[in-house]
Write a protein that binds this ligand. Structure first.
Ligand SMILES: C[C@@](CO)(OP(=O)(O)O)[C@H](O)COP(=O)(O)OP(=O)(O)OC[C@H]1O[C@@H](n2ccc(N)nc2=O)[C@H](O)[C@@H]1O
Ligand SMILES: Nc1ncnc2c1ncn2[C@@H]1O[C@H](COP(=O)(O)OP(=O)(O)O)[C@@H](O)[C@H]1O
Length: 282
């Protein structure tokens, strides 16, 4: 039986400061994650043969690197389950866009297969497995808008306004590693408190480096700032701006000189609602 249409929502980094560096070279961040009611979708067909397969392949991503397969195989390895699954990924989020699509796909795979394979791993264990796959995976597993520190794994849920956003997707993939390696990156932002962010402070420290390396991102930010409070998410390439309501978001999107989408900000991930539905139907 196929369990269809599991959501893997996008995230926005409402601000992103680089406040230091770990001894292994990874950068210490402060950020706020909020979800969008727009993202990828996944269908899971559990099998008894222990094989995990995925369709379709993603252009430019080797099968063994696909975070969906890596998440499913990690879950098999830690639990020793003999079950398998055929997975279909409906990709809607641009890759390397700072919307966390790959991380969200991984989180949805962990959460859905934990349920469909009846593994019973607690959420905290799924978050731990998620962190092995990527810094953004734990917040997608937990599914609550959060203030995040460390490399993004120390999470504190926050209640935020849930505006409509316009998200624009410049036609480039940003190399996250190259942004963090850039000598011009600001790495010493003074740490903020949650209250500082809630009273309007905080920007995106990666924006200047990304705008210099990718003129398409600079142009998108310029355009958005002429029409609102434009900002980049994560290490880009996508940029976003909050809008007064859905109609304003759709009007701004229609006027934009590049592709994108309009979506509502959510403090609870659509994945949590889907999981609750599964529990109700059980
Ligand atoms: C910056 C953020 C903010 O949400 O998101 P994205 O823009 O990628 O969505 C994330 O922390 C991205 O985390 P994650 O998804 O694990 O990063 P990766 O693409 O694996 O990182 C590629 C490389 O960037 C460097 N890197 C990454 C994260 C970090 N906190 N410090 C680093 O120095 C490391 O050299 C790493 O090998
Ligand atoms: N299922 C997946 N979806 C998207 N990207 C994936 C996936 N699996 C692996 N990747 C790799 O992860 C990289 C980052 O993807 P993504 O999460 O979409 O962007 P970002 O981290 O900028 O938000 C991609 O460029 C791709 O090489």
């Amino acid at each position: 039986m196929t369990s269809s249409d599991w959501p893997a929502p996008a995230k926005l980094n409402l601000f992103l400061h680089v406040v230091g560096r770990r001894s292994d070279g990874y950068h210490l961040l402060q950020t706020v994650f909020q979800f969008l009611d727009h993202g990828d979708r996944l269908d899971f067909s559990p099998t008894t043969d222990g094989r995990v397969t995925l369709e379709p392949a993603l252009p430019g991503v080797r099968e063994a690197d696909n975070l969906v397969l890596r998440a499913a195989r990690r879950l098999q390895a830690v639990t020793g389950t003999g079950l398998g699954a055929h997975i279909r990924l409906h990709k809607r989020l641009p890759m390397g866009g700072g919307l966390g699509g790959g991380s969200s796909d991984a989180a949805t795979t962990l959460v859905a297969l934990n349920r469909l394979w009846s593994l019973g791993l607690p959420p905290v264990e799924l978050e731990r497995l998620g962190l092995e796959l990527g810094a953004d995976v734990p917040v997608f597993v937990r599914g609550l808008a959060s203030w995040a520190e460390g490399v993004g794994e120390r999470l504190t849920p926050v209640e935020l306004p849930e505006p409509w956003y316009v998200v624009l997707a410049p036609a480039c993939h940003v190399d996250t590693g190259a942004v963090f390696a850039d000598p011009e990156l600001t790495r010493d932002s003074k740490p903020l408190k949650i209250s500082d962010f809630l009273s309007g402070r905080g920007g995106n420290d990666c924006e200047a480096v990304v705008a210099r390396r990718y003129p398409a991102v600079a142009a998108a930010l310029d355009w958005l700032r002429r029409h609102g409070d434009g900002r980049m998410t994560g290490t880009g390439a996508c940029v976003f701006a909050p809008c007064g309501d859905e109609a304003a978001a759709r009007a701004l999107l229609a006027a934009a000189p590049l592709p994108g989408f309009a979506a509502r900000g959510c403090n609870r991930s659509p994945l949590l609602a889907r999981l609750a539905e599964e529990d109700r139907d059980a």
